[in-house]
Design a protein. Structure first.
Length: 674
């Protein structure tokens, strides 16, 4: 473990952000008090417990208290249909009233059970952990062969870090319910169904009196397939229960709402969660990470293990990943490769690909896969179909400028990449995830998020809500889906959204708003039609380093031929934080005078603040050494760009920060699980 002195060297800069004040005034106009100042590290290479020791003063990491009277969730309105349950208070009540992670397994509901106790009691969970442990052992051997045995291991003392398997059996860890999703929209993909009901869990831990608490970069999606007759849509009487059961009743408090949710009239009724309807458990795990200090050319690196498990004969067995081809096996089997290409000559299949609702036959699929970040869209190993198909493999002329979504054969390959688990998780994503859960009340503010998801998830919530509202009104819902990284349909693109470059055919419909221009940032070292909408004068939060991503393999990818863009209007108060500091594609910053609507003020302290706190001086005194800094603004309406996430700040908005600067999105830097 690094010494206290060496830790301070990692914290060459620290961001001070303010939590919301408990006042009835307009929070945006309030001046935060010192007791409300939150400090979080601007580094992807420091341990959680060492960071707390560095801060020293408890005022420096405001720990929120649990609400005394659970309130109704944001957006509640009697008679309104809803598509997700993400409010942490509601989800904790649901867990206490009988639906938690073990309730989906053969052991049934066991309150407040740890991961370690679950491993001892559940054969299904133990079988899943056995597979994941084998995967991690295989990955360890592979990375040690590439990088040297002494450089790869568990813990922050290694330069190349593997997920600690002991978390699966830790007595201070548990699986926390972070979301419940209505996926009626999946009827177009699943024959004779009413879509899916999904529960999302995330592994987290709490050391209790020691004060160290966080979630980990591991999610488990529990999927139930709801039977029903979904075709034709005019005969959706059975499937409409997925709307009536998801329509808010008249209630007065959160307890009443949860009682309705778990009743036979609510969305979690037993008819939707019977054991025979359990389809699969899907794991997304940050399995391997390299900090920016060791991978400066990309701003760090993360490898994400993707697995699907199905309950078979009392255990959970690996199953194929949806639309995720086994590239190596297909390339080594000419007959299978030819069969895949033949499918691309079938207009019916091409129609489903165009709509984004095709399901690939299982014979082509992998049972284990990895996705890679940052710069996911440009990494070769995230673009599986690019390695299998060419434009000539499709029906000539089928994909053209008159199509709604896919307007060229090249775009069809991008669409297929995007339909795979690997491609989707690295599209408009935040370091391998689309949804990581709203923080619970006990979360340290310096480890908290304002919006807990990706740019894709932000737009996807609106699409799903519209889908259910149309069914509620007896209107035919739209079965088609755009690319996961698409901007809002029929709207011009704003900050951080993707766009079609000048001369683009496939993405000409993606145009930027007035005042923005379409700029190539991290691009694959091959022709591409995609850019990103950025202000003509780059504002705080915008990328400031562009280049080509090499196409060797995930462990050799690098950003080449780089060029630094000018931030702002060229005035001295704008600056570019470089890729090597952990900022993928760089990040523009400024001071806090004259901020525009897309910027937010935070306090940044460099070595002076770190040294001040390290000498034991009062936290309040050390604040005098801090400097105000303008950063990219984010909230429920404005999303961060890929590989950045909306971290908590003062006044209800957040600031876009690299995902790996947040402890909860890193596999390393956490305490010993045992």
């Amino acid at each position: 473990m690094k010494s206290f002195k060496s830790v301070s060297l990692f914290l060459s800069s620290i961001v001070l952000i303010f939590t919301a004040c408990t006042s009835s005034k307009d929070k945006s106009s309030e001046t935060p008090q010192v007791s409300e100042v939150v400090v979080y590290p601007e580094s992807d290479d420091v341990a959680y417990d060492d960071y707390l020791k560095l801060l020293g003063n408890p005022k420096s990491f405001h720990r929120r208290t649990v609400a005394q009277a659970p309130a109704l969730p944001k957006g509640y309105e009697a008679g309104k249909v809803f598509s997700v349950i993400t409010d942490p208070t509601i989800l904790q009540l649901i867990e206490r009233k009988g639906i938690n992670f073990p309730s989906h397994l053969e052991v049934g509901y066991i309150p407040d059970i740890t991961a370690g106790d679950l491993l001892d009691r559940s054969k299904e969970y133990a079988s899943m952990v056995e597979v994941l442990n084998t995967d991690l052992n295989d990955l360890m051997k592979e990375e040690q062969t590439k990088r040297g045995a002494k450089s790869v291991g568990v813990g922050i003392r290694y330069s190349n870090r593997i997920f600690d398997q002991n978390w699966f059996r830790s007595k201070m860890a548990s699986y926390q319910l972070i979301g419940i999703m209505n996926r009626l929209d999946r009827v177009s993909m699943i024959p004779n169904s009413c879509g899916e009901l999904r529960f999302v869990y995330r592994l987290g831990y709490d050391q209790g009196k020691k004060g160290i608490q966080s979630r980990l970069p591991l999610t488990v999606l529990v999927k139930y397939q709801i039977p029903g007759k979904s075709k034709p849509i005019s005969e959706w009487n059975l499937c409409k229960r997925m709307v009536t059961h998801w329509t808010y009743p008249q209630v007065s408090n959160a307890d009443e709402l949860v009682d309705w949710m778990i009743s036979e009239q609510g969305p979690l009724a037993s008819q939707f969660t019977r054991p025979n309807l359990l389809h699969s458990l899907e794991v997304n795990l940050q399995a391997f990470r390299i900090p920016s200090t060791m991978r400066p050319e990309l701003g760090g690196h993360g490898s994400y293990l993707l697995r699907v498990f199905k309950p078979i004969d009392g255990v959970l067995k690996p199953a194929p990943l949806e639309n995720t081809p086994d590239v190596k096996r297909i390339l080594e089997t000419p007959e299978l490769h030819a069969k895949l290409k033949a499918l691309m000559k079938d207009p019916k299949i091409l129609g489903r690909i165009e709509q984004g609702i095709w399901i690939m036959p299982e014979e082509f699929l992998a049972t284990r896969a990895y996705s890679f970040s940052p710069m996911g869209l440009s990494r070769q190993d995230n673009r599986l179909f690019t390695q299998l198909l060419t434009a000539e493999d499709f029906v000539p002329g089928y994909f053209n400028a008159n199509r709604r979504f896919v307007r060229s054969p090249e775009a069809a390959i991008i669409r297929l990449n995007d339909l795979s688990c690997v491609g989707c998780h690295q599209g408009r994503a935040t370091a391998g995830f689309h949804f990581v859960g709203v923080d619970r009340e006990e979360t340290h503010a310096f480890n908290s998020l304002i919006f807990p998801g990706s740019g894709h998830f932000q737009l996807e919530l609106k699409r799903r809500q519209t889908y259910l509202e149309r069914v509620q009104k007896n209107l035919v819902p739209d079965p088609g889906r755009d690319f996961s990284f698409a901007p809002p349909e029929k709207e011009k693109s704003g900050m951080n959204h993707f766009c079609g470059l000048s001369g683009s055919v496939a993405f000409a419909r993606w145009q930027c708003e007035e005042g923005f221009q379409c700029v190539q940032t991290d691009r694959p070292s091959a022709p591409t039609e995609l850019g990103r909408c950025l202000p003509k004068k780059l504002t705080a939060g915008a990328p400031c380093v562009v280049g080509d991503v090499s196409q060797a393999a995930n462990n050799k990818d690098a950003l080449m031929n780089t060029k630094q863009l000018a931030c702002g209007d060229g005035k001295k108060h704008y600056r570019c934080s470089e890729v090597k500091g952990g900022f993928p594609s760089g990040m523009c910053g400024t001071n806090c005078s004259g901020l525009n609507p897309l910027e937010v003020c935070a306090h940044v302290a460099g070595a002076n603040f770190t040294n001040c706190v390290g000498t034991g001086k009062p936290f309040e005194q050390c604040l005098d050494d801090s400097v105000k800094s303008g950063r990219g603004l984010c909230n429920d309406d404005y999303s961060c760009r890929n590989d950045y996430i909306c971290a908590k700040t003062y006044g209800g908005n957040g600031n876009c920060t690299p995902s790996y600067f947040m402890f909860q999105l890193r596999l390393d830097g956490h305490p010993n699980p045992l």
